[in-house]
Design a protein. Sequence first.
Length: 395
Amino acid sequence: MSNLSFSHQEIKAFRSATPGVRQVVHFNNAGAALMPEVVGNKVIEYIQHELNYGGYETAAKYSSEIDTVYSALAKYLNCTPSEIAIMENATVAWGQAYQSIPLEPGDTILTSISEYASNYIPFLQLKKRLGVAVKAIPNDDHGQIDVTALSEMIHDRVKLIAITHVPTNGGLVNPAAKVGAIAREHDIWYLLDACQSVGQMPLNVEELGCDFLSATSRKYLRGPRGVGFLYVSQDKVSQIEPAVLDLQGAEWKTKEIYTARKDARKFENWESNLAGVVGLAKAVEYMLELGVERIWARIQHLADYLRSELVKIPGLEVHDLGEVKCGIVSFTSSTKVQPLKAQLHEAGFNVSIIQPSYTLLDMQARDLGKMIRASVHYYNTVEEIDRFVDFLRKI
């Protein structure tokens, strides 16, 4: 851990580069993290230029900066730039991938008990519309996906495994690479929602074994809202076509013929939030400069400390799972959740409320109601955690 830790001077420097820490104690990084000043300034700079010179002209001026987002994300994920598509958000990225997978009546989708509502609802739609089966993989004793149970669920009609790497609550990191090994062994499509693992930890798509990986800019990457991305394996991209193509993803050749692109960018739309794209590029570069391994080590250290302090407070219960835990800390209190969040907000602490409907299978299985989610990032401090815990203890 010591060789991965940030020095006091480094912590001071990246906190100085994050204006938001001077206003609030931000424990809502799994919702939307505070942007570094260099990222926010780049977005403002782009919009200011667009205000003065026009949208198309600004896009042309910043074309090389826009293009850097592909190489930066490829470096992070250990893939090629041609395997990256920039999307409007993570929901669009996940949906475009999901809808491109060829499924037929009677096929089976395997997913996780901790799956997010925005992923599970489309499964139910497809079940109603097409007649596919949707089955949740049981959890093991750690509360994460049971890979042995997954192996036993495989049969010739299982056509898709779609899971969330880091669920919206519970703190766990699902064993995504072990799931990927099973998917590859049986040649099953594998879609990984990495919204809350991207930017928080090292990711290698070769090790993960996924065909698709979807994510957003606004969470642990510390980028702007309104932009996300999709990784599509080059091995599989030629086998699929997006449900909707436009002139970004295909070329209209004759009256009856079009030709789709041969890389991941066939999933893109021509119209996009380019100010967000240059901000995302800057955010990824900023993360890579700091070092993802060091970021991950600090996040785990801070989250472990937060959990260890919260469990000491009478009337408060931490509900985190997993053999490997991340920066998301979920807890309930004898105080009602909504008033508690309001009190925290008034005192300058940003947190989220997790509704049971967000991860319905998981919350019902554990008989949980609304929870507070406090999600830490590397720019948070032990002192901030102490202030947070002291405030909770007092109220």
